[in-house]
Design a protein around this ligand. Structure first.
Ligand SMILES: Cc1ncc(COP(=O)(O)O)c(C=O)c1O
Length: 404
């Protein structure tokens, strides 16, 4: 046995007991014959076979190994294995964006006549995908009010295949009780899908609470520095096999370079999430008593209706809060226009604090009626708190609020 093989044997014996931080840094990667320490970026579209017979065996699924990077790329696979390990799922598939991950899940599993239940309290493009596109394929979406499982129950039937939600929601940080929703879904042989974008596995593991599928926009905290767009679905090996078949035919795949950026992001995810949360908790508390602010939405505040639930199913309260200013759109825009440090942009989960007016940007393309139903007002501002010195973010928001 070579030294490397000896180390691998020792590693394999330890792996099952690895904690979250070790999984985030070490899982999913075996060195090649070069002994590289860092995970390589495998930028190749296809792979060479030793013979026509070997090519046929690979394509036919009779021998293992990469075939074509639309559905088998070694760097993307490291990301997939690592995220699956962190979420506690059997398998994962990377996708070109968070929305591509959702579309892959829906189109790769549903068929005409199937039904899903969801709420309008979600990211705007998810609402639009469900509302404007799924009905064209004969898939019915039932819209529940908010995230109280009691309102969902009458909409779930034996035709229901998926219950789909975000917790906490974008942008109002509303929470869903994952285990209660899982119970409802399973009573009807349906699956519960949770978009875990706001918390990431560093703060919340939906599968441990009974969810069946986790969706990620890797664009956000998994990257953590606002560089790349990507997404992922985590679930059972059976589900991911189905989605891989869809990916092979339809092709909304993750690029190997982006996968490498996300792999590096995962290594520091836990540390970053703790700091994002710490900074956000401080600012939310401060703004809660601010005379220019009518209401702050943050699960860590005593005024948040789901603080106890957040303490039960999340490790900390997360890095994002929203606030209603005293006033409406004019006041919100004036505040946003006055910032000097925060970035005016639609993204979140960046090391840099970002400030957004959801009603006219991220949620601007859903109908006014849907916005109203989900509680997104014209005076609402979302702040995705970054990793800068919290005193500097506070000073920036204070002077911006004074401009209102
Ligand atoms: C909660 C949530 N889910 C999904 C998405 C979609 O991700 P992407 O932009 O990577 O397609 C977003 C994007 O903002 C989001 O906030």
């Amino acid at each position: 046995m070579t030294t490397d093989n000896t180390q691998k044997a020792a590693r394999d014996a330890l792996k099952d007991a690895w904690g979250d931080n070790t999984l985030a840094i070490r899982s999913g990667f075996e060195r090649s014959q070069y002994g590289e320490h860092g995970e390589p970026i495998m930028t190749t579209s296809s792979y060479v076979f030793e013979s026509a017979a070997e090519a046929a065996a690979r394509f036919g699924g009779k021998s293992d190994g990469p075939i074509y990077s639309r559905f088998t790329n070694p760097t993307v696979q490291i990301f997939e294995h690592r995220l699956a390990a962190m979420e506690g799922g059997e398998a994962c598939i990377g996708a070109a964006s968070g929305m591509a991950a959702t579309a892959t899940l829906l189109l790769g599993t549903l068929k005409q006549g199937d039904e899903i239940v969801a709420t309008r309290n979600m990211f705007g493009s998810t609402v639009n995908l469900f509302k404007n596109f799924l009905p064209r394929y004969g898939i019915t979406v039932h819209w529940a009010d908010g995230l109280d499982v009691v309102n969902w129950a009458p909409l779930v039937s034996d035709k229901t295949k998926l219950l789909y939600l975000e917790t906490p929601t974008n942008p109002l940080t509303q929470l869903a009780d994952i285990s209660a929703f899982a119970e409802l879904a399973h009573a009807h042989n349906a699956q519960l899908v949770v978009d875990n974008c706001f918390c990431t596995p560093a703060l919340q593991k939906p599968l441990e609470h009974g969810a069946d599928v986790v969706i990620h926009s890797a664009t956000k905290y998994l990257d953590g520095q606002g560089r790349c767009v990507g997404g992922a679905v985590v679930g059972s090996a059976e589900l991911i096999e189905k989605l891989t078949a869809f990916m092979r035919s339809a092709g909304p795949c993750m690029s190997p370079f982006n996968a490498w950026v996300f792999i590096k992001g995962l290594e520091t995810l836990s540390l970053r999430m703790q700091k994002h949360s710490e900074n956000a908790a401080f600012l939310a508390q401060w703004l809660n008593d601010h005379p220019k602010v009518a209401h702050v939405y943050y699960p860590g505040l005593d005024s948040h209706p789901d603080k106890a639930l957040a303490m039960r199913q999340q490790k900390t309260f997360g890095g994002i809060f929203s606030m209603d200013l005293v006033g409406a759109r004019e006041e919100a825009w004036r505040c946003i226009d006055a910032v000097g440090l925060c970035s005016i942009t639609g993204n979140l989960g960046d090391a840099r604090t970002t400030i957004t007016h959801p009603a006219t940007t991220t949620h601007g393309r859903i109908t006014a009626e849907d916005r109203l139903a989900s509680g997104i007002g014209e005076g609402l501002i979302r702040v995705a708190v970054g990793l800068e010195d919290v005193a500097d973010i506070q000073a920036d928001l204070e002077q911006a609020l004074q401009a209102v």
